[in-house]
Design a protein. Structure first.
Lengths: 219, 219, 219, 219
DNA sequence: CATGAATGAGTTTTCATTCAT
DNA sequence: GATGAATGAAAACTCATTCAT
């Protein structure tokens, strides 16, 4: 479940090679992405050589360029793929939760829970996402906005229903929540990364945020 | 006041070997730091050429190496200098505020207020701070822990006094707060950066956090 | 024969990973070595730019680094390759000469004769061999010792047979002989380098050395 | 005696500063030369930084340029000074030795004896002398020729007197002798450098050479 | 599709030399 | 004369990308 949400067989857009060898590994594109996540996490985007990704993926250097435009593109696609999947996953898993507060609580749990199983990805998203202002502004920001909009829309719904305070803008709420989760994930990924510690923190953050976000009347 | 807290004359260790020029510009080391902040913010750490920093600082390329060990060192010193100053500033400015909640509220205001006047620095700290896991882990993390400890100690004091909830660890509170502020600053620095918007957000975040952090009894 | 002893196809370790091109030029590694000898001789090791070697070899600058660790390594490999070949050549060509004196005379002839055909290599070995104490001590010295041991062992055999004086240590004899040959080669390489002059000198040195080395009884 | 021949107060050409401080060290030019010999021997000419020479000499970087045209010039002057002194010394000390053979024997002893006391200089002359073909050809060679001419003239005299063989050119004799002495000195400077070992070798080489050089009739 | 040898543009850093004090 | 901070030209080396096989 965890695994599948973030990685899985992948959309496998680009080269959906004709015959599907039922033996071969997942799919070359996906293998490269996974290898890149691992190496980026360990060495950082700029310090990672394309040849290292290739080696980790078990392909030739040149093969990378059959699936990605260039090195930047590999990073971009990691965000695209994984963020899209995260969003899909959060939406699907919480679609039938009616209460705004319960849904947010679940989202927080799911999000940190996912990262707990994938420290590498956590590090890539929290650290490498900011490797380059250019990348960030040009590609990641738009993608990221989808996430923010999703969260903000839930807060907005809560405001309409009178259960979320109205004196804080839904987007500020969403950004703060992301920031807090990101900060927790960063400390975890770079620091101890003890199993369970992320889960424990997620419950605390959920309470903190939801108590803070609650409309005065419903406190 | 704003300006001075983050920049000022600086320690200027390395050179000034011998005679002290009381004439010339501010101090070559400080000039290089300021130039670096400006260029890093605009192009990112990795995309910035040492020669660009030199040009922006009005010195020769080689001069950079009289004051800094290498390009990495320039980034490290920016954090060291500025983070130290931020911390000093926050401590001094809020030392005589007795109420925990009032003090935190002021800290949030001061911190985002400082950045509001220095978008470049905001971008360097929010974006470039994460340029490299190595840098981050090796140098920035220890410095950053001082900040976290400072904030966490205030939360802890509040818990002792019974005004801050006890079911969330002070460090989780501190990290979340930093994360939220960082997230806001990032969106602001990369996005619109409208004047005043940061200030407005700061008030909202303060309320959100303090309401969420408050002990149940005092709600 | 002359040529082949010092150059030939070479071991060509590093690349040739995979398929063996039986067409193209000699072998890229050997081409680089030859180009380096030529340029080093003309400009000296330190004054030679890597790009000049590349140009002379007809390869790109970066290609050098596929075959050699760095510029130092190119110099080291020249000695390694050529000195090894010189030694093999001297050993093979004189293996069946029974008389010690005749064998030494032939060695002197062969050695200076080889250089006569390769002024560049002569200059590299006599001049550039000493470019750096570090290189010399670390890499060249061990290789060079093999040469000295070979010569010394012949002198030692002569002492056993009673045809070589016993009051001079075989190693001193070997070093002196090398020194004398090196001195002659140096003057020749740097100076006139008239054809035949090296050959003439070799006969004279052989007489000088052998008369001086002869055991008193056999004079 | 040893010391004085190679170093002493020096010609002190360039800036014979007005008043002579009877306190100050030898003379700044000489101090720089000595410092350079020490550092060149330890690190080699190219690996030595001008600032290192300055530091070792206890002067400022810029001061070097008051006494020498540039870094190359420092090396050139070392040879010039020391070789001139060696030659003067050899000539003076052996001027009244009438027998050719006795004189040569004494020269060999003196020359290696001098080096024995100054390993650094030995290394500079044997190793660094060949750092650059350009330097060697342009400056050192002419200087060195004076030495060769001096030795060759003695051999020539011996040939006239009938005590030195006539079938070897005096210059070949001189070059071989230099080469042998240089080879011995090199091995000694780079290798063990045991006290006394150089002296022992010098006697052996003298015998070897003189026996080899002797005219057939006088053997 | 896959490979990996070859390319060569591009960048940090060093360090000899200068010159204002 | 002496100093040493500042200069900036120069060069080794790296590595993303290409393309012949």
């Amino acid at each position: 479940m965890n695994e599948s949400a973030f990685s899985s067989a992948a959309a496998s857009k680009e080269p959906t090679r004709g015959r599907k060898k039922d033996k071969s590994l997942p799919d070359k594109r996906e293998r490269i992405l996974r290898a890149a996540i691992k190496v980026f996490a360990r060495k950082g985007f700029y310090a990672t050589r394309v040849s290292e990704i290739a080696k980790a993926a078990g392909v030739a250097d040149g093969t990378i360029y059959l699936y990605f435009k260039n090195k930047d593109d590999v990073l971009i696609r990691i965000f695209e793929d994984r963020l899209t999947k995260l969003l899909d996953y959060l939406q699907k898993e919480t679609a039938d939760i009616l209460g705004v507060e319960a849904r947010l609580r679940r989202i927080i749990e799911l999000q940190l829970g996912l990262l707990e199983g994938q420290r590498d990805l956590a590090e890539v998203i929290t650290v490498n996402l900011r490797q380059s202002s250019r990348l960030l502004k040009q590609y990641a920001a738009p993608l990221f906005n989808q996430y923010l909009e999703f969260i903000a829309s839930i807060f907005a719904k809560g405001q309409d229903e009178g259960v979320i305070r109205k004196d804080v803008h839904p987007f500020v709420l969403a950004r703060s929540l992301w920031g807090a989760l990101d900060g927790i994930a960063l400390t975890w990924a770079l620091g101890d990364a003890q199993p369970g510690s992320l889960n424990r923190a997620s419950t605390q953050i959920a309470s903190l945020f939801l108590d803070g976000s609650r409309a005065p009347s419903s406190r």
